[in-house]
Design a protein around this ligand. Structure first.
Ligand code: N01
Length: 486
């Protein structure tokens, strides 16, 4: 099969790419391949109880496909998934999506200037451009505790929730207190008999100002498009200004930390528990979490926070380093994802036989998080160093979609067939990124996080700047950055 653009992944990134191709390059042919059996990416895979967005929904959606119907300030997983499905329907993408088809290999054919891709379901696809929207957070991290394989009960990860396991009245252990865990812990606590929550590092948590939009409010968003635009702008600026704190403004960070401390003090009257929940690194170094029901859940008599490190797991319990045994029937991992392994399972071979996973062995790197020297017409969406700690990542995706479209238009305008990032551009870009990190809270905030390469400590996930700056830098591809080929 031949297409102009092959897109891997049918989440926000991949679907956004297809929509922008439809809108801005209607003649381009494209195909989306998706490993899962439905569209939605993160919002298809994560179905744990309480799964929701922690960015206001009006901003966690495409600017070109605003949704006046959001039921709440922070929509739940099912509603976000339906939003994406509506986008698919509206732009008639279904015939262009191949589900249950994983990208296994993509090899650049230097003679024909095309990508030759192979999928898990045996398809061979020839594409002029390859866009990779496979996401950064989809490989569940299962810590390897001694004895885990002998655990004699159901065990699953938040991103692979086993809905067949009935938690009613059970003794359940949850490991991890990150963004996912603080969403499902309050939900399952309503059902379980006993909950042991194993915390390695406490998170900074601020109140989650969630509320349902009234029918009247939705009517206004529906009838006055300017209302949803203005609301979106309001949220954008409210969040965007926070970047100053992450980049080094101590006063601003102090204000955030004060809000979080007050929230903790108000909800956790017990000073011992409060101390255990107080972070010892600077706010923002790890993702700042939003919850108004996590702390109250920890106050419930059948919920216990365990801060001793886990030593091993045996068939019916977890044993901590103080020798204490925690008897459990179900084990749930809220332990996040393996970031460094993104695209490691896909053989991407560029010019002169360079293999992407080998090139990335020392570090994940891409120019503006999107292009890589030696891999012509290959584009990453939400690639390295384009995640955010302060604003909606959908804004970064949109900026990248613009950039990819501008690359494709550049080729069209110049009558060329391929572009490859010039040597040196990536090194310069990465040097600037690294230099910037030195003063940011991500580097200087005294924590280790999944944003960093676990071996080197380099931040490989976050964009060390504002969304505005990123959108400006990706507004158009500069021909001087690329070698154009025909
Ligand atoms: O994962 P996490 P997550 N032993 O990596 C702990 C996005 N997201 O799935 O901090 C013991 O944040 C780990 O402890 P520590 C969002 O970008 C978005 O919750 O490393 N504990 C931590 O407490 C988020 O950042 C939404 O010391 C271990 C937890 O497990 C990202 O997904 C909603 C351990 C992992 O937290 C990941 O969130 C949910 C071990 N060996 C998620 N290994 C939105 O609403 C790890 N931990 C948009």
């Amino acid at each position: 099969m031949n297409v102009d653009v092959l897109i891997a992944g049918a989440g926000f990134s991949g679907l956004g790419m297809a929509i922008q191709l439809r809108r801005k390059m209607p003649d381009a042919t494209f195909l989306i391949i998706e490993k899962a059996h439905d569209i939605g990416g993160t919002w298809y895979e994560n179905t744990y109880p309480g799964c929701a967005c922690d960015i206001p929904s009006h901003l966690y959606s495409f600017s070109f496909e605003r949704n006046p119907e959001w039921s709440r300030m922070f929509a739940g997983q099912a509603e976000i998934e339906s939003y994406l499905k509506r986008c698919v329907e509206k732009y008639q993408l279904t015939p262009h999506i191949r589900l249950g088809s994983r990208l296994c290999e993509a090899v650049w054919d230097e003679a024909a200037l095309v990508w030759r891709a192979a999928t898990s379901d045996g398809w061979q696809i020839e594409a002029k451009a390859l866009v990779c929207g496979v996401g950064a957070l989809h490989l569940p991290n299962y810590p390897n505790f001694p004895g885990l394989e002998a655990f004699d009960g159901p065990l699953f990860h938040s991103a692979e929730w086993d809905h067949l396991v009935d938690l009613t009245g059970k003794r359940v252990a949850v490991i991890g207190t990150g963004a996912s865990s603080i969403q499902f812990v309050p939900e399952i606590a309503k059902q379980v008999g006993q909950l042991f929550l194993f915390q390695r590092t406490p998170a900074w948590i601020i109140p989650r100002l969630d509320f349902a939009f009234s029918e009247k409010a939705r009517q206004r968003f529906r009838h006055w498009r300017v209302a949803s635009w203005a609301f979106r702008q309001f949220i954008f600026w409210l969040l965007e200004i926070r970047v100053l704190g992450f980049l080094g403004n101590r006063w601003m960070r102090g204000q955030g930390a004060e809000l979080a401390r007050r929230h903790l003090k108000k909800q956790i009257p017990d000073p011992v528990l409060r101390a255990a929940l107080t972070p010892k690194y600077e706010m923002g170094c790890k993702r700042v979490l939003l919850s108004s029901d996590f702390y109250p859940t920890l106050m419930k008599p059948h919920v216990e926070l365990v801060t001793e490190p886990i030593s091993y797991v045996d068939p019916h319990s977890i044993v901590t380093s103080d020798g204490r045994e925690w008897p459990i029937e179900v084990l749930i991992f809220g332990t996040g994802f393996k970031l460094a392994e993104i695209l490691q399972d896909v053989r991407v071979v560029g010019r002169e036989g360079i293999v992407l996973s080998e090139q990335w062995q020392s570090r994940l790197r891409a120019f503006l998080g999107v292009t890589i020297s030696g891999f012509p017409n290959f584009f990453l969406l939400l690639g390295p160093n384009t995640g955010l700690g302060h604003n909606s990542v959908v804004l970064m995706i949109e900026a990248q979609l613009n950039y990819v479209i501008s690359c494709l238009k550049l080729l069209k305008k110049r009558g060329k067939r391929a572009l490859d990032l010039r040597g040196g551009r990536l090194d310069d870009f990465m040097a600037r990124v690294d230099k910037r990190f030195r003063t940011t809270v991500w580097q200087a905030g005294g924590c280790r996080s999944w944003y960093q390469d676990q071996a080197t400590g380099e931040n490989v996930a976050i964009w060390p700047g504002s969304v505005l700056e990123y959108a400006f830098r990706t507004r158009r591809a500069a021909a001087r950055d690329y070698q154009l080929m025909d």
